[in-house]
Ligand binder design. Structure first.
Ligand SMILES: CC(C)(COP(=O)(O)OP(=O)(O)OC[C@H]1O[C@@H](n2cnc3c(N)ncnc32)[C@H](O)[C@@H]1OP(=O)(O)O)[C@@H](O)C(=O)NCCC(=O)NCCS
Length: 135
């Protein structure tokens, strides 16, 4: 298994991304999503036999806030510890810069995965919030 900071190709990423169903919400093209990856602060790609089997990225201001996004393990390779390894590498990079505040949004039924890594659910008195479609 090869963990690398190099970006995958647009097609490699998009094929993995499509396994999540998340693009139903975003409706992004392969090229648009690749621009988002290029503008990330830190990315980890995981290859096995030259196949992209995992990915994760961080957007960050390098000192105060980091947001972890697109942590994806191919459905055929889940449950092997790849997701945890991706998270360890993303968090190591944040810790290297002593980023003070590390956040993420859990996908449905994935909160337990992040709780095992030390993340806490936000309090009801201080919830995460989002703006619904506004353009
Ligand atoms: C969530 C995801 C990244 C986990 O990756 P993974 O490689 O399957 O997970 P790992 O094998 O590294 O699991 C690490 C630990 O978390 C646990 N875990 C994994 N998924 C879990 C879940 N949904 N709920 C609770 N615990 C979970 C594992 O049992 C394991 O526990 P252990 O250390 O006690 O053995 C993967 O399921 C995935 O890509 N899902 C689709 C995309 C997605 O929803 N990503 C999350 C975006 S917020």
């Amino acid at each position: 298994m090869n963990y690398t900071e190099k970006l995958p190709t647009p097609k490699e990423f998009f094929d993995l991304f499509e396994t999540t169903g998340w693009n139903e919400k975003y409706q992004l093209s392969q090229e648009e999503y690749y621009t988002a990856l290029q503008n990330s602060w830190y990315c980890i790609s995981v290859y096995d036999n030259n196949q992209l089997v995992g990915f994760g990225r961080v957007i960050c201001d390098s000192i105060v806030h980091a947001l972890i996004l697109d942590v994806i393990v191919h459905p055929n390779r889940q449950g092997e510890g790849i997701g945890k390894n991706i998270m360890d590498k993303l968090l190591t990079q944040c810790k290297k810069h002593q980023v003070r505040d590390i956040q993420l949004f859990s996908a449905t039924n994935k909160a337990g995965f992040y709780e095992k890594l030390g993340f806490n659910r936000r309090k009801d008195s201080a919830p995460g919030m989002e703006l619904k479609k506004y353009w």
